[in-house]
Structure formats: structure tokens, C-alpha cells
Design a protein around this ligand. Structure first.
Ligand SMILES: Cc1cc2nc3c(=O)[nH]c(=O)nc-3n(C[C@H](O)[C@H](O)[C@H](O)COP(=O)(O)OP(=O)(O)OC[C@H]3O[C@@H](n4cnc5c(N)ncnc54)[C@H](O)[C@@H]3O)c2cc1C
Ligand SMILES: NC(=O)c1ccc[n+]([C@@H]2O[C@H](COP(=O)([O-])OP(=O)(O)OC[C@H]3O[C@@H](n4cnc5c(N)ncnc54)[C@H](O)[C@@H]3O)[C@@H](O)[C@H]2O)c1
Length: 472
């Protein structure tokens, strides 16, 4: 049967991007159908961000117990029960599920369909033998993990970031391959939960991030016991089934062997358009990737691709890209927001706007950097969490262009810098904001004072000027 005409927007994939798009579209008065092949909530809710955050929270507690002696508290090593930790994670996901359940979505006037979608033509999809026609389509099908082709891997049991939460006993020695945001965060969680962890990376850890900020995190992780091999390739792998996993590695001319109990590949993700029938949808491809215009519009102007499938990174980026696409479909004028990039290690890295490398490429030496160590705040000293820094990129006119924060509350601080960049604020204006005491946010006025020391002419913000900038 052909589901009735009159559907304005059919969304394929009910992860954060698909759900955000559906919510915005119904708010704009569109008739929306949301199709999901697996679990509503997508990777983020079921296998990605949420479980990883819950695991990191357990790991943080274990770390606090282990370091409690620094505060004058006598404690033993935490007793860690992996089965209970992962049972809590599953329970937490179940508890949060109503917020992404079909029932909740239907209550918001979003029609839901369970099944795998495949285009049957430029304006029709097929879902389990059922045909759905719509004026516009939004593809929000996310990504799947990539596992490298390594000699010997056939027959060796391994985990991906989606399956690692199924472990019910503490790995005695977890080998993690890939030091991106996922690999580092999962490696640190397992390390803090008492596993020995060895991380193998063929390039630099977090290669796209500011090396100065990454270095702070890596120093912490090494101090906590992480064994890290960078610029290291895997020659072969063997073992499994009650036997140790043996990884032969090579860094330049040096060969080595790692013997572990569990193997996790965090070697990146790729969009999976196979089986979606994009050729029937008249979506033009560039190799294996669709050609994308503004807001993810494809060569078929009625089809958009958003979220991780379009190369955005993280839940907030996925949601934002989806909302912009809906705005484009409904003809609303919207401005792309500044999307922060976050690495959820401990300490975390959060940054927004231009990096030092980008500023150098664009402005040569016509910019300045202000750096302040987190240790300069009383909050960091009181909580014994001194590991971190703020790094602000400022142009020659004195406007904030970018900022990177490393610290326990980095993700909470970075929106302040996003606002400063969007409003073209100066460090003096930022320094005009009153940060509560004690808080890590005090690093912001400290950074502003540092800038003012070298620029005595840059007047602190008057409240009138600040108000003028903040008000629409
Ligand atoms: C371990 C891990 C930790 C992470 N931690 C964080 C974090 O802390 N913070 C953060 O911001 N991001 C994090 N991420 C990234 C985050 O999960 C993604 O950015 C986010 O899920 C992307 O949302 P999405 O809607 O684009 O795609 P997804 O969440 O992948 O959802 C896509 C949905 O589409 C469905 N689908 C696919 N094909 C079809 C089809 N043909 N028909 C119907 N449905 C289909 C899938 O079943 C899936 O439900 C993490 C990822 C991982 C793996
Ligand atoms: N906001 C967050 O906290 C968060 C958390 C997880 C993921 N994400 C996002 O999800 C996306 C994917 O991140 P990711 O870390 O899964 O992937 P990634 O692609 O960023 O990192 C994968 C790493 O694996 C390495 N690698 C690949 N093949 C290898 C091999 N054969 N041997 C050794 N190393 C190898 C790569 O060099 C790279 O450093 C990113 O965009 C990331 O920002 C965000």
C-alpha cells in the first residue's frame, strides 16, 4: 500500500539528528513520518554517548575513591563489579527510553514507522514492503564502526564501541586500537575501573585537535597508567577463545608484541549508505559519498542528509545540522551556529571557533594567544584538579576568534566562548562577566586580566556596551 500523500517530510533514522528534525518539523506545522530500522534514539542513546558517559561516571567515582587519600580520607581500592556497572548502564538507558520512544514521539504528532528504509524512486521509499511518498526526505542514518583489515583477525574475538558495554567481567588487559575521542574515553574509563589498558594508534592521538591541549590529557592518562603506542601499525593479531590476544606491532623499524585479554577497535566510523538506494533517489555521488550542498541538500533538492551521516561530529552537531535542514525545507532563514568540539576524557577538551593552526594559516602572525592554567583558580586548588588550561585566540582588533579549554568542566565553559565569538566580544568584555567564586569559570576573568596586562589601552567593558551587544 502507498501511505497517503500529504506527508511533508519523511525522516530516515531516529537518532539525535532524526528526532531533532522531527520535533522541529512538527513545530513548524509539517506532517512528519520518522522511520527507524533499529532502536529509537540511535547510536547516541543506545550504544554511544549515553552508555559511554555512564561508564565514565562510574570510572570517575572509582578514581575519586582511589585518590581520596589526597583529601585526608583513608580508603581502599574500590571494589569493581563490571556486571553491575553495565547492568546500571542498561537500566539507565531503559529509564531514559520513554523520551525517545515511539509513544513519546507519536504524542508529539510525529508518525513513526519501524523498519529499514530504501528509496524506490526520487520521492518514495519502501519500508518492509510498504511504500511511503513524501514532499521531502531527510536522511539521518548515522555511521557504523570501521574495523581495519588485519592479518589473523578472522576468528579473533573483538569488541567495537557499540559492543564493549556487553563485557560482564573486568578485562585484565584491554588492548584499544585507535586514539580518537572514542578510543581515549573508553581506554580511560577501563583504566580507572581497574583494567590494564594499552592503546595503539597509527598516527597522533586526536590528530585533528590542538596538540597543546591534547598533550595535557595524554600526560594525565599516562600518569594514571595508560600505555600508549603512537605511530604504530598492527602487523598481525592472533589468539582468542580462552587464549590471550596477541598483537604484533611495528613502529618504524621497531617491532613489539602486546599480549592482552580483550581487544577493542575504536578505529573510526563511516556513513553507511549501502542498501539505501540513493541511485534510485537521484542523489549524485562523489565516490562513495553523496555530494552535499548547504544544510546537507543533495542533488535531488528534496532530499537532505544530516547528522553523522553528513560528517557532523557529536550529538549536538547532529541535532543542529538537522534543525538547519528543516529550516531550509520550511524556507526559514537560519544562521549556522558555532558548534563546539568535545572530547569527553578526564580532564575533558572543549573548543570552539578558530584553533591556533587555523589562525596561523589564515592570519599569519596577526593574532595573539592568551593562556591561563586552570591551577590558577582557587576551585582547582581546593578540589585538587589542577590539570587544565584555557587558550584563547584573539585577532589584531582584539576580538575573540576561538578558544580551547581543558579541564573537568570544559564542556560547561565553552558556550561562554561561543557567545563571545558570535558577539565579536573582546577579552575585556568577557572579563566584565562576574564569575561565581569558587568556580572553574574564574579562569575567564583571569584570562581577560592577562590580556589586559599586555594591552593597557583596552578598556574593560562598560555595562552599557555589554548590554548592547547581548541584546538582539
Ligand atoms: C562510544 C561512543 C561515544 C560517543 N560519545 C559521544 C559524546 O559523549 N558526545 C557526543 O556529542 N557524541 C558522542 N558520540 C557520537 C554520537 O553518538 C553521534 O554523533 C550521534 O549518535 C549521531 O547522531 P545521528 O542521529 O546522526 O546518528 P545515529 O545516532 O547513528 O542514528 C542513526 C539511526 O539511523 C538508523 N538507520 C540507519 N539506516 C537506516 C535505514 N536505512 N532505515 C531506517 N533507519 C536507519 C539507525 O538504526 C540509527 O538508529 C559517541 C559515539 C560513540 C560510538
Ligand atoms: N564528543 C565526544 O565526546 C565524542 C565521543 C566519541 C566520538 N565522537 C565523534 O565521533 C567521531 C568518531 O570518533 P572516533 O574516535 O570513533 O573515530 P576517529 O576517526 O576520530 O578516530 C579513530 C582513530 O583510530 C586510528 N586508527 C584507524 N585505524 C587504525 C589502525 N589500523 N591502527 C591504529 N590506529 C588506527 C585513527 O588514526 C584515529 O586516530 C568523531 O567525529 C568524534 O568527534 C565524539
Amino acid at each position: 500500500m502507498a501511505q497517503g500523500d500529504g506527508i511533508d517530510l519523511c525522516i530516515i533514522g531516529a537518532g539525535p539528528a532524526g528526532i531533532a528534525a522531527a520535533e522541529r518539523a512538527v513545530a513548524r506545522g509539517l506532517r512528519v513520518v520518522l522511520v527507524e530500522a533499529g532502536e529509537f534514539g540511535g547510536v547516541a542513546h543506545n550504544w554511544g554517548a549515553q552508555p559511554a558517559q555512564a561508564l565514565a561516571a562510574a570510572a570517575e567515582r572509582a578514581h575519586q575513591i582511589r585518590t581520596a587519600r589526597d583529601f585526608g580520607l583513608g580508603t581502599d581500592e574500590p571494589r569493581i563489579n563490571f556486571a553491575r556497572i553495565n547492568a546500571r548502564i542498561r537500566a539507565m538507558i531503559q529509564e531514559a527510553s520513554p523520551t525517545v520512544s515511539p509513544e513519546h514521539l507519536i504524542a508529539q504528532r510525529i508518525e513513526t514507522v519501524s523498519g529499514r528504509a530504501r528509496f524506490a524512486g526520487p520521492s518514495t521509499i519502501d519500508v518492509g514492503g510498504r511504500s511511503i511518498k513524501a514532499s521531502h526526505f531527510l536522511i539521518a542514518t548515522g555511521t557504523r564502526p570501521v574495523v581495519p583489515d588485519i592479518p589473523g583477525l578472522d576468528g579473533v574475538p573483538f569488541f567495537t564501541p557499540e559492543t564493549i558495554f556487553e563485557v560482564t567481567r573486568r578485562p585484565s588487559h584491554l588492548i584499544v586500537v585507535g586514539a580518537g575521542a572514542t578510543g581515549l574515553a573508553l581506554a580511560q574509563s577501563h583504566l580507572r575501573l581497574g583494567a590494564k589498558v594499552t592503546l595503539v594508534e597509527m598516527l597522533e592521538p586526536l590528530a585533528g585537535e590542538d596538540p597543546e591541549l591534547v598533550d595535557i590529557v595524554l600526560r594525565r592518562m599516562r600518569a594514571e597508567g595508560l600505555e600508549l603506542h603512537t605511530h604504530t601499525g598492527i602487523v598481525s593479531v592472533a589468539g582468542g577463545d580462552d587464549q590471550d590476544i596477541v598483537l604484533d606491532i611495528k613502529a618504524g623499524p621497531h617491532e613489539d608484541r602486546i599480549v592482552g585479554s580483550h581487544l577493542l577497535f575504536a578505529t573510526g566510523r563511516e556513513p553507511d549508505f549501502q542498501g539505501l538506494g540513493l541511485e534510485l533517489a537521484r542523489v549524485a555521488m562523489q565516490g562513495r559519498r553523496p555530494e552535499l550542498g548547504r544544510f546537507g541538500r543533495t542533488a535531488n533538492r528534496r532530499i537532505f542528509i544530516v547528522g553523522d551521516a553528513a560528517g557532523h561530529e557529536g550529538v549536538h552537531a547532529a541535532r543542529h545540522s538537522a534543525e538547519l535542514a528543516v529550516d531550509a525545507i520550511t524556507g526559514s532563514v537560519s544562521k549556522e551556529g558555532l558548534v563546539p568540539r568535545i572530547v569527553h576524557t578526564s580532564p575533558a577538551i572543549a573548543r570552539v571557533g578558530m584553533t591556533e593552526a587555523q589562525a596561523r594559516a589564515k592570519l599569519k602572525d596577526r593574532f595573539e594567544i592568551v593562556r591561563i592554567a586552570l591551577a590558577q583558580t582557587d576551585a582547582a586548588r581546593a578540589r585538587a584538579q589542577p590539570h587544565g588550561q584555557v587558550k584563547i585566540i584573539i585577532d589584531s582588533a582584539g576580538r575573540v576568534l576561538g578558544a580551547g579549554v581543558v579541564g573537568p568542566t570544559a564542556p560547561e565553559l565553552v558556550p561562554v566562548f561561543a557567545l563571545a565569538i558570535a558577539r565579536k566580544m573582546t577579552p575585556s568584555e568577557l572579563g566584565g562577566l562576574v564569575a561565581p567564586y569558587p568556580s572553574f569559570a574564574q579562569i575567564i576573568p583571569l584570562a581577560a586580566a592577562e590580556y589586559a596586562r599586555d594591552h593597557p589601552g583596552a578598556a574593560p567593558a562598560g555595562w552599557r556596551r555589554l548590554l548592547k551587544r547581548l541584546l538582539p
